[in-house]
Design a protein around this ligand. Structure first.
Ligand code: AGP
Length: 608
């Protein structure tokens, strides 16, 4: 996820207008930023690494400069390191064309090869730069036509804004990445969301996939990707600027929960296609995986550990490879049994968690290979690993991990499937699971509609002091994650247990003051879970259950229930995640707590 912004004006536009707009999008990525504007018949290009503040500093006096047109970008790196050259905007060989892009071009390697053969000169390692050179290749005096031809060559996801020095317009297209455009009498603007726009107008156009917009001062024309004109209706937005930063949501956590359809899609783009796992990031380890791999050891903390545990259940069911897991703070002091035949999987949203970092250092000393899954490009853990897979969900601001958790599970399943493909051969059932992940963004749209019902439940349970989450099989990591989410933001004492363990101790806690939150989809362990619910009811505990649609029987077993769409049982951790997140969020808000900044916690735990 990156942020793009563009502005073209009848009146002069100041450079600082565009930079101020970009600032509103910094939450979408902040490892580098850049701006391009037309100036004395050439495109002026200024790019810096780091936050937008660095760009402001670099621009210095130029901030007041009057220009007619400009585009800018704040980056969350995916392809290519955090360098000035890799920062956007990207230009063609002539320097007349500049563009900003949010998304991933999946076929960029083939395109790059083709364009280099035709004599194009590449300056960056990014996937984006191919678009600038393709536009150059097709440009015959009409930017719109050149972009139209270019997008026919692109696979993947994109929202782009392109300018050419000879034309006073911005051509933009959306496929799979968000894009909003708007205009008033004097200006036309584009952005990744409405935050930079509402200062100018509250009537905006949300672009759909495969739609193009040509922005000229004071007007916008819309087209489909065949170049035919289309009509679009504007939407009136009533938010003030502060509400807009949170996408109209009250908290970043709620916004991030609701971003999961887009975040998961972006995490698996280029990694799962029609049920096939891709994961090119481990190409350098293919021979090791095929010929030497004997064991996988997962190292992580908190929510990332729960994603890792879900992966362990997946691998345990579908692979013969021995998979072990330990929380990083234990792993680093336990003389872990890893060696040159071990693949250590480090999972860390921030990429900076000190225990996980020390864990991989120990693993490397013992000769293990390390792959990290992280959301922060260039952070320490992925840098010190043999391979890094970035989640591409954009920054997560709420302290509670939400969208990164589901992105982790999606990527881990794809990675697991790839490892199985390389070692034992992948079967149809695994491919079906991967296809299910590809459909998950759509399923999420349904699951997120359950929030009203979840809010009602939260009202019933917000004043309890305790909550016990129980699950079995794939439901167990979900129970742990549910308990962690609830305790960290609502300060209710919550614990997660394997439901089968109840009678070995925890059941002694249960009474009318100690409710049970049961993860009970209709899966292979449903009957076993039913027995555990009955045991809990017999101790007068109130029971909330998440179960699957059409499970009428649940009404007799529980006090409250939420029904989610049916799926393959390996996918329930993904389907259920938004439900446990929304429950905790609503409870925290009802208890008048700030879910974005829970007490005593930090987003990145860099001390022991
Ligand atoms: C989850 O909501 C927490 N914020 C926390 O448990 C977190 O998952 C843990 O600290 C690990 O962080 P990491 O993924 O950045 O390594």
């Amino acid at each position: 996820m990156c942020g793009i912004v563009g502005l073209v004006g009848k009146k002069e536009v100041k450079v600082k207008d565009i930079v101020n707009g970009l600032q509103k999008l910094e939450y979408r990525g902040y490892d580098s930023a850049g701006i391009a504007f037309s100036q004395n018949n050439h495109v002026e290009l200024i790019k810096t690494t780091g936050k937008i503040a660095n760009l402001r500093e670099e621009l210095n006096n130029e901030m007041e400069k009057e220009i007619k047109i400009g585009i800018a970008h704040t980056r969350w790196a995916t392809h290519g390191g955090v360098t000035e050259l890799n920062a956007h905007p990207h230009t063609d060989c002539t320097g007349k064309i500049a563009l900003v892009h949010n998304g991933i071009i999946e076929n960029f390697q083939e395109l790059r090869k083709e364009l280099i053969e035709k004599g194009h000169n590449f300056k960056s390692e990014t996937d984006t730069e191919v678009i600038a050179h393709l536009v150059e290749e097709y440009y015959e005096g009409d930017l719109f036509k050149a972009v139209l031809k270019t997008i026919k060559r692109l696979d993947g996801a994109y929202a782009i804004g392109v300018i050419h020095i000879d034309e006073k317009k911005i051509v933009s297209v959306r496929k799979g990445s968000p894009l909003v455009v708007a205009y008033n009498e004097d200006y036309a603007l584009l952005a990744s969301d409405i935050t930079p726009i509402i200062k100018y107008t509250k009537d905006v156009y949300f672009m759909n996939d495969n739609e193009m917009a040509v922005l000229e001062p004071g007007e916008i024309e819309f087209y489909n990707i065949n170049g035919e004109k289309i009509e679009k209706k504007s939407v009136h937005i009533d938010w003030d600027e502060q509400a807009a930063e949170k996408g109209g949501y009250d908290h970043f956590m709620l916004k991030e929960i609701n971003e999961q359809p887009e975040a998961l899609k972006s995490a698996i783009t280029g990694r799962i296609k029609n049920g096939e796992p891709i994961i090119s990031e481990i190409d350098n380890l293919k021979e090791f995986i095929k010929n030497e791999l004997k064991k996988i050891f997962i190292v992580a903390c908190g929510t990332s550990y729960h994603a890792g545990l879900t992966f362990k259940y997946f691998m345990n069911r579908y692979s013969k490879i021995n998979v072990d897991i330990e929380v990083a703070s234990e792993f680093r002091y336990m003389n872990p049994h890893v060696d040159k035949n071990t693949l250590v999987l480090a999972i860390s949203q921030s990429g900076e968690t000190i225990d996980t970092l020390e864990g991989i250092r120990i693993a490397k000393e013992k000769g293990a290979k390390v792959i990290t899954i992280s959301n922060v490009y260039g952070s320490t853990i992925p840098r010190e690993s043999h391979g890094a897979i970035y989640m591409n969900t954009g920054p997560e601001i709420g302290v509670a991990a939400t969208k990164t958790y589901t992105a982790q599970i999606g990527i881990l399943y794809a990675l697991g499937a790839k490892i199985i493909e390389l070692t034992e051969g992948i079967n149809e059932e695994i491919k079906e699971i991967l296809k299910g992940i590809e459909k998950m963004p759509e399923i999420y749209k349904e699951v997120l509609k359950l929030n009203e019902k979840i809010k009602e439940l939260a009202r019933e349970y917000a004043n309890y002091q305790h909550m016990m989450y129980i699950g079995r099989g794939f439901g167990y990591p979900t129970a742990l994650e549910g308990a962690l989410k609830l305790k960290e933001i609502s300060y209710i004492h919550a614990a997660g247990y394997q439901a089968g363990e109840l009678k070995h101790g925890p059941i002694a806690l249960l009474d009318e003051q100690f409710p049970v939150f049961a993860i009970i989809p209709r899966d292979s362990l449903y009957e076993k879970m039913k027995s555990n619910l009955m045991e809990s009811r017999a101790r007068n505990a109130n029971i909330i259950a998440i179960t699957t649609e059409k499970n009428e029987e649940i009404k007799q077993l529980t006090n409250e229930y939420i029904m989610i769409p049916e799926a393959h049982e390996a996918l329930y951790p993904l389907v259920m995640a938004p439900v446990i997140q929304l429950f905790s969020y609503n409870v925290a808000v009802l208890r008048k707590l700030d879910p974005d900044k829970p007490r005593n916690l930090a987003k990145s735990v860099t001390v022991e």
